[in-house]
Ligand binder design. Structure first.
Ligand code: PMP
Ligand code: GLU
Length: 393
């Protein structure tokens, strides 16, 4: 039977990262030995004190609805975090909403600001869900392709080239999935000037904010005076605290935008899980040394994978500045496209990676490897992959 499917979904693709995660799981279930370097899911278990807080909440019977904005103590913890890290003041009563995942935080933000026909600028390569979410909101994603040979640098010139009268918002993501770039002060200044000049809302996805390497520093656009009143800042617990399965994130911004965000949240999921939010309080207010240890591990993984990939003839590979992905350019090897390369790697090397084409214009020719696997898995996967690519011609 042919079911009626909403017309808007004809233009929406499945999440490539999630489809690949399913493919890796079913290959494993069918008995194939594959190393999964596709998904951005830290292999670490959530730190013990966070688990204890959630267990404690369950033991107390803390199993009811919370405020739709989220637990007051978690909003206070988020406000403190924003003030200490970025010097940004957000009122926990009106300017912060706790969401079930950062993904949902991006979604409610886009739903809150977009009307049908609006255009949203998205520097690409970018995380797979932004463009699809913009379409779900009835608006049009407009890629701003960044160039690998230019280090994926964002500039006002590139943004201006894609501006039309319909442009209403820009999605930023730094540290960036999949490229590993961390936007520097001059790029952020360009975004700040550009969005102020054209009265655009900035949706700034900062979920990898704590995962930066070397002398790189993460800055939020909300730190810039002209941006604070036009930025919805998204972050979450999945990556920094190894809490992917908890589904917990948040969005903060000026009150009028946050009132709109709250309406979408109230009529979609209501709020994040009560005992889950207690875990979030422990994450933000408790011992931060596990975060430092995990980032140190990702740093070692990054250096090791970078050194190995650079040895492969025909492969170009930049050292990631942040997040936990590495994004080598394999276009010199003669695969038709990155999807064929990724499928070939499953068959010939037993390694699952994400094709760069999944991340939009500018991603083709690359593959994305996650550095958040265990050291043993990463080393096995990268060695098999490098060995196989070295024999390809
Ligand atoms: N933004 C980016 C850039 C991501 O890579 C992810 C990872 N899934 C998310 C948002 C969503 O994170 P989560 O929904 O697990 O909080
Ligand atoms: N962010 C991760 C990734 O890009 C997890 C999957 C997803 O939510 O897209 O692989």
């Amino acid at each position: 039977m042919e079911h009626r499917i909403a017309r808007k979904l004809a233009r929406i693709e499945r999440s490539a990262t999630m489809a690949l995660a399913d493919q890796a799981r079913s290959l494993k279930e069918s008995g194939r030995k594959v190393v999964n370097l596709a998904g951005g899911d830290p292999y670490f278990t959530t730190p013990g004190h966070i688990m204890d807080a959630a267990r404690g909440a369950l033991n107390e019977g803390f199993t009811h609805y919370t405020s739709s904005r989220g637990l007051p103590e978690l909003r206070v913890a988020v406000a403190d975090h924003l003030r200490h890290r970025f010097g940004v003041t957000r009122d926990p009563a009106h300017e912060i909403v706790i969401t079930p995942s950062a993904k949902h935080a991006v979604f409610v933000s886009l739903m809150a600001v977009l009307d049908p026909g609006d255009e949203v600028l998205i520097p690409t390569p970018s995380w797979v869900s932004y463009g699809q979410m913009v379409r779900l909101a009835g608006a049009e994603p407009v890629s701003v392709p960044l160039r690998a040979d230019d280090g994926f640098t964002l500039s006002r010139e590139l943004l201006e080239a894609k501006l039309t009268r319909k442009t209403t918002a820009i999605v930023l993501n730094s540290p960036t999935n999949p490229t590993g770039r961390v936007l520097n002060a001059s790029e952020l200044r360009d975004v700040a000037d550009f969005s102020a000049a054209h009265d655009l809302v900035i949706i700034s996805d900062e979920i990898y904010e704590q995962i930066v390497f070397d002398e790189n520093r993460h800055h939020s656009p909300s730190e810039y005076l002209e941006c604070a009143e036009r930025t919805l800042t998204v972050s979450g617990f999945s990556k920094s605290y190894a809490m992917t399965g908890w589904r917990l994130g948040y969005v903060s911004g000026p009150q009028s935008l946050m009132n709109a965000v709250l309406k979408v949240q109230e009529h979609s999921v209501g709020e994040a899980g009560s005992f889950i939010q207690r875990g979030g309080v422990a994450a933000l207010t408790g011992d931060q040394s596990p975060v430092r240890r995990m980032v140190e591990q990702y740093n070692r993984h990054r250096e090791w994978a970078h050194a190995a990939l650079r040895q492969v003839p025909g492969v170009e590979c930049a050292l990631p500045e942040g997040a936990f992905y590495i994004f080598p350019d394999v276009s010199g090897l003669g695969f038709g496209d990155s999807y064929s390369c990724a499928q070939w790697l499953i068959e010939e090397a037993g390694v699952v990676v994400t094709p760069g084409s999944a991340f939009g214009p500018g991603g083709e020719g690359h593959i994305r490897l996650s550095l958040a696997a265990s050291t043993a898995t990463l080393k096995a996967g990268v060695s098999q992959l490098c060995g196989a690519l070295s024999t390809f011609n």
